[in-house]
Every structure is written in C-alpha cells, then in structure tokens.
Design a binder for this molecule. Structure first.
Ligand SMILES: C[S@@+](CC[C@H](N)C(=O)[O-])C[C@H]1O[C@@H](n2cnc3c(N)ncnc32)[C@H](O)[C@@H]1O
Length: 227
C-alpha cells in the first residue's frame, strides 16, 4: 500500500516545519524501529511530525512518546522570525502550542498511541528507563540544547535503533549549523552509522555491539594495544 494513503490529508494544513518527503521518511523509519521498541520525539509543536511517526506506531501496535513544553523555541517567541500570533495564549501572554497539538492528535486518531510529556526534554529524561527503537530530535536548535537532547536520550536507544535529527543544513547559507555540528560529533563517536539523508533529515543508526567492539579493536591495533 502507498504510504501517502495512510497519512490523513489534513496534514498539509497542520502548522509545522517538516516537508512531506521528510514526513514519509519518518514514517518508514518508525515502521522499522517499532520491531525493536517504542519511539520518542523531542519537539512536537502542532503535531506534524507526530502524525507521521504516530501512524507508523499505531500500525505496529507501539507507543509514541512525545516531549514538548509547548512554550515554543527561542525563534518562536514574540518578535522573532517564527512567531505565530495564533499560538499566543492571551490569558498568560505565553506561547501555547498544546491545544493545536491535541487537536491534531485527536483528528489523526492517535489518542491511544501518542503519550505526550509536556515538559522540557532533560526533565522527561531524568527518570526514564524504557529502551527505545527511535529518537527524533527536533526541539530547541541551539548547540547546547541539541547536544543535551542527544546526551539525555541516546543511552536509551537500542542497538539497531534510529537517531534522527531535523534541520541538518550542509550549506550554512541555508540554515543554522548547531544540529549539524552535533550530528557530526555523534557520527565521530563511532557509535552510529550514517544512513542517507532526506532533505534536512539526518539519519543515524546505532551500531550493534559487535561493530563497536570491532572498531575499538581496530583503533587499539593501530595504537599497538592488544584487544
Ligand atoms: C521546530 S519545533 C518542532 C516542529 C515539529 N517537529 C514539526 O513537525 O512541526 C520545536 C519545538 O520544540 C519545543 N522545545 C524547544 N526546546 C525544548 C526543550 N528543551 N524541551 C522540550 N521541548 C522543547 C518547542 O516548544 C517547539 O514546539
């Protein structure tokens, strides 16, 4: 069956920062990851990426955990480039994307698949203990925040699981470089292999333990240390 048919047509009207090809790739990755464990998303906003991941999880009988404080990132605050006045809560004067997110999840029929955590990523990670098949990082876009998301969540990723970054711009004139800087550092750790990118979606797969051991042995050999 064509993937496109599985995604509700209203997705094009959901506010968000993901293009259709990236969404389809997320769907495919989550479908595969569900054989390993549940999926987790950092940065849901109004639920666009959540729908692609969530529909895949629903088909496999898995859960999608989502994390977002729903107060918007720096660039979404009043006066900033991505500010959207529709999302301003007039009562508090703060951004609140949760009503929009909730509406999307309900319309997509994902209320029994998606488990939202309305908090900061590092708070959700504090007592987390569930191994994951996929982690999608699309929260704050500063170097410190992306790195903190990686550090908080990669230890929970199962061997063979996917670590996916949004907004990887190889060309600095196209967008901010912080996610790409973290992506490169993660790749250099030797814990992951890079899979083909889809537009700005950077996809890494956690090596199986044997591969990591072999790489360490190779490094040791070149340094004349027995392994
Ligand atoms: C770029 S938007 C996510 C876009 C979404 N994935 C989509 O498909 O449209 C980033 C979101 O991350 C959230 N966010 C930023 N920093 C965060 C943090 N440290 N913890 C949790 N959520 C965060 C913001 O509230 C915002 O809704």
């Amino acid at each position: 069956m064509k993937i496109k048919k599985l995604i509700p047509s209203f997705i094009s009207e959901v506010k968000g920062f993901l293009d259709e090809e990236e969404g389809m790739r997320l769907f495919e990755l989550a479908s595969e990851a569900c054989a390993l464990g549940p999926c987790l998303e950092i940065g849901s906003f109004c639920g666009k990426s959540t729908v692609y991941l969530g529909i895949a999880c629903k088909r496999q009988g898995r859960t999608l955990f989502t994390i977002d404080h729903h107060r918007g990132s720096e660039e979404q605050q009043p006066g900033q480039t991505y500010f959207d006045s529709d999302l301003l809560d007039s009562r508090t004067g703060l951004i609140d994307s949760f009503p929009c997110f909730r509406d999307t999840i309900q319309k997509a029929g994902l209320e029994e698949v998606v488990v939202p955590m309305i908090t900061k990523s590092h708070v959700a990670a504090r007592d987390w203990a569930t191994p994951l098949g996929l982690v999608f990082i699309d929260g704050g876009h500063s170097y410190e925040t992306v790195m903190a998301d990686y550090q908080c969540w990669h230890p929970h990723l199962l061997p063979g699981g996917f670590l996916v970054f949004h907004d990887i711009f190889l060309d600095p004139s196209k967008g901010g470089q912080a996610p790409y800087e973290v992506y490169k550092q993660v790749l250099a750790s030797g814990l992951f292999e890079a899979l083909p990118m889809t537009n700005t979606l950077g996809v890494l797969r956690r090596h199986l333990p044997m591969v990591v051991k072999k790489q360490a042995c190779r490094r040791h050999r070149s340094e004349h240390i027995s392994c």
